[in-house]
Ligand binder design. Structure first.
Ligand code: PLP
Length: 496
């Protein structure tokens, strides 16, 4: 299986290992496999009795053909081990007769980013060996909360890599801050930046573009790499849990093998829902994909009108991981449906004017599978309450956005098929907002909210978030954004 960029004809192709090591393709686009592998019902039937790790190794094997079966088995068993995902990696829970929850937050940081970030570092570590790379990969991450911690947990103590995370000192929740300050591992570094997320993000981008810093790093035998969601190594592992959920639903009798289901995904960067689309294109029986957005509803408008327009007010919401105006992975859908030339022209238009527009025929092609709904802040609170009161299911705000969209879809289309809703974070990761929404009372702070929420609901706090206040704090540094290059060089030259 070879990979090509989304914006140029496929004259330049790379292996999966190269795509994972490079991240972005040289045409400025994203890497995509040249053809999509097939998954038959007979293959799904074989997967029914397998563990999550075995299902993952099987599906990834179709895409990462330059990795041996043994390598993939070893990496998947390590990444999705019981110790890291107690009770199973991606369990499906029944909410009501029509609606099932795919819980993607049982990993080490209690958010769905773990599903990809537990395995991707292992794939990158092997990619370095496969491509003859002798230098250490330094993963630089600017984070608004979830990704930083998940990346730290994924890369800690992975051979051939170091990871350094920058977060805005006042831009993440207390729980998130403590999660990062107490990070363990020999190859990790964390620093807070005076400023907001954009300051941290721009600082990281400047370092990636700075030839002086890069050549200084090179002298220490270090090169820069990123862990963000446009890397193929993050996308491919996300296909697995849709296949796995389908297997589990067949096994527990929710659906018959071959029966179509719909899937609803709370969407920001369009990575998670695009993975579901790839599963469908491979042959998994999925009919419609419901793209759920919060008040930042740029995708709802796109899927309804064909106009993608990022020139709009940015809203800060209770579901911060979906506060996104440029959904990078949408480029991969354009490429699959309309080819590289059209993708390049849309992306040029997006860069120059902040918008692009599909033709009516193109929009119809998108709408054959995708439908967009949004849930605003009031709707999110209302859905959190109803889901708790009617079903005794404690959702997080991102998942509530999806459930709000799912209910609108079921109202508009009737519940013809079983609907699988992606549940992307533990409610305890956002305990403060969840508590306020359910009980009309404001906790004194984020840590107090954890205890109050578990006392009021009786739902257990996931182990990775429990006792967080008692862990050893390792990283207390707060720096200015212009000190970031020096901090990176200092960490790169550290010998442990
Ligand atoms: C990242 C994230 C999302 C959005 O996923 P995309 O792949 O960016 O669409 C939704 N919910 C949570 C909790 C997340 O962390």
């Amino acid at each position: 299986m070879v990979y090509t960029g989304t914006r140029t004809p496929s004259t330049h192709t790379v292996s999966a290992a190269e795509a994972i090591k490079e991240g972005l393709s040289p045409d400025g686009g994203l890497y995509m496999p040249m053809e999509l592998p097939i998954l038959t019902l007979a293959e799904i039937e074989v997967l029914l009795t397998k563990s999550y790790a075995a299902r993952a190794a099987y599906i990834l094997g179709k895409y990462l053909t330059d990795y041996s079966t043994e390598e993939l088995r070893e990496d998947c068993s390590g990444a999705y081990a019981e110790a890291r995902f107690p009770g199973g990696a991606a369990p499906v829970r029944r909410l009501d007769d029509e609606t099932y929850m795919l819980e993607l937050w049982h990993g080490p940081t209690a958010a769905f980013k773990d599903m990809a970030l537990q395995i991707m570092p292992r794939l990158l570590s092997r990619a370095l060996v496969k491509t003859g790379e002798k230098r250490t990969a330094l993963i630089l991450v600017a984070t608004s909360g979830d990704t930083g911690k998940a990346a730290l947990e994924g890369y800690r103590d992975i051979p051939g890599t170091k990871i350094q995370v920058f977060y805005p000192v006042d831009g993440v929740s207390e729980v998130q801050k403590l999660q990062m300050m107490t990070q363990e591992g020999k190859n990790v570094s964390v620093a807070a930046i005076r400023g907001n997320f954009d300051d941290a993000q721009s600082g990281v981008k400047r370092i990636f573009a700075d030839e002086d810093t890069k050549s200084a790093l090179n002298e220490h035998g270090v090169f820069l790499s990123s862990a963000n969601s446009i890397n193929w190594g993050r996308l491919a592992p996300q296909i697995v849990y849709y296949v796995s959920a389908y297997c589990d639903m067949v096994r527990n009798g929710a659906i018959q093998l071959g029966e179509l289901m719909d899937v609803c995904v709370p969407t920001g960067n369009f990575g998670n829902i695009f993975a579901a689309y790839l599963a469908k294109r491979m042959g998994l029986p999925i009919d419609r994909l419901i793209c759920a957005s919060n008040t930042n509803n740029v995708l709802t408008e796109f899927l309804t009108t064909g106009v993608y327009d990022r020139n709009r007010t940015f809203h800060t919401t209770m579901s911060p991981s979906m506060d996104i105006l440029i959904s990078s992975n949408l480029e991969r859908l354009l490429y699959l449906l309309f080819g590289h030339e059209r993708t390049a022209s849309c992306m040029r238009s997006l860069a120059e004017t902040g918008r692009y527009e599909l033709t009516p025929a193109e929009l119809a092609a998108v709408q054959r599978t995708f439908v967009g709904y949004c849930t605003d802040e009031d709707g999110t609170r209302k859905t959190l309450c109803e889901t708790w009161e009617d079903r005794h299911y404690l959702a997080d705000p991102h998942t509530a956005v999806a459930l709000g969209a799912a209910r609108q879809y079921q109202r508009d289309h009737g519940a013809k098929r079983k609907l699988l809703v992606a549940s992307t974070a533990s409610p305890y990761k956002f305990a403060y907002d969840v508590y306020r929404s359910l009980f009309d009372e404001t906790p004194s702070d984020g840590l107090a909210a954890l205890t109050m929420l578990t006392e009021k609901t009786g739902v257990a706090i996931p182990a990775p978030l429990g006792h967080i206040a008692e862990r050893t704090v390792r990283f207390t540094g707060v720096i200015d954004a212009d000190e970031m290059p020096a901090e990176v060089l200092r960490f790169a030259s550290d010998v442990d």
